[in-house]
Design a protein around this ligand. Structure first.
Ligand SMILES: C[S@@+](CC[C@H](N)C(=O)[O-])C[C@H]1O[C@@H](n2cnc3c(N)ncnc32)[C@H](O)[C@@H]1O
Length: 236
């Protein structure tokens, strides 16, 4: 599939990205969603700064931003379960975006919007500093091979971008099912300036009630596979 998501022109030549554009055909429902639901749920990288009052009609609600929502089922479930919170998802995979906005429209969800663009661009260009209450990153691509580790989205530079965008005492919540990546995340977060672990140092957190378990995760649980959650608060 060609690069149909929004990308900054100068970013096209950047060699290291945290994703590959996967092929994968869109279902008719996902394709149609771009005709009928994108105008409700879609936000543009080139649309200027995100304005919560303008987008959601309120600015006192907590703002949660999730990067890499995949097919979007758990993000939709969270938005449905917590109407008092505003959710913004960022994803580059068009079928996943199509599925999420299609299902959001069917369920008449009003507290959710999406960007179909690179998260680094969106966070840098569209979100004011200190504007996000919680950052969510669930099961990011682990980039298992050592030579690919540099593609991991969790790295010191990215986490300082997140720190800037989080409000004071705002929360970074990540989860992974790949132990070496969990250890990597823990190392990055524990040595990052401006964050405090909500548990003891170097300890993982229990999964909070608001994060729904994915089908894949439930299967993994039955098979005895681990999942690691990390919750850190921005302290400075
Ligand atoms: C392994 S999938 C996990 C999806 C989902 N969170 C889940 O738990 O099923 C990682 C997702 O992150 C997306 N992604 C990776 N880097 C991204 C970036 N820089 N900006 C936006 N999305 C990104 C990929 O397209 C992919 O859909």
């Amino acid at each position: 599939m060609s690069e149909t998501f929004e990308m900054k022109p100068e970013y096209k030549d950047k060699p290291i990205r945290s994703y590959v554009i996967r092929g994968g055909r869109m279902t008719d429902g996902q394709k149609n969603a771009f005709d009928h639901a994108w105008e409700i749920y879609g936000l543009s990288l080139f649309g200027g700064m995100f304005d919560q009052q303008q987008v959601f009609g309120r600015q006192d609600a907590p703002l949660v931003v999730e990067v890499g929502f995949g097919m979007g089922d758990s993000l939709l479930e969270m938005a449905q379960a917590q109407p008092e919170i505003d959710f913004v998802g960022i994803e580059v995979h068009p079928p996943g975006v199509g599925r999420l906005i299609n299902n959001a429209a069917k369920a008449s969800i009003t507290n959710l919007r999406v960007y179909m663009a690179d998260a680094v661009d969106v966070l840098e260009d569209c979100f004011a500093d200190e504007s996000i209450s919680r950052f969510q990153l669930y099961f990011p691509d682990p980039w298992h091979k050592k030579k690919h580790n540099k593609r991991r989205i969790v790295n010191p530079e990215f986490m300082q971008l997140i720190r800037r965008k989080l409000a004071l005492n705002g929360v970074s919540h990540m989860a992974t099912d790949w132990e070496p990546y969990a250890d990597h995340m823990m190392e990055v977060m524990s040595t990052a300036e401006g964050f405090t672990n909500q548990q003891e140092e170097y300890c993982f957190s229990p999964c909070p009630d608001y994060r729904p378990l994915t089908k894949f995760e439930k299967r993994g649980e039955r098979l005895g596979h681990g999942v690691w959650d990390l919750l850190f608060s921005r302290n400075t």
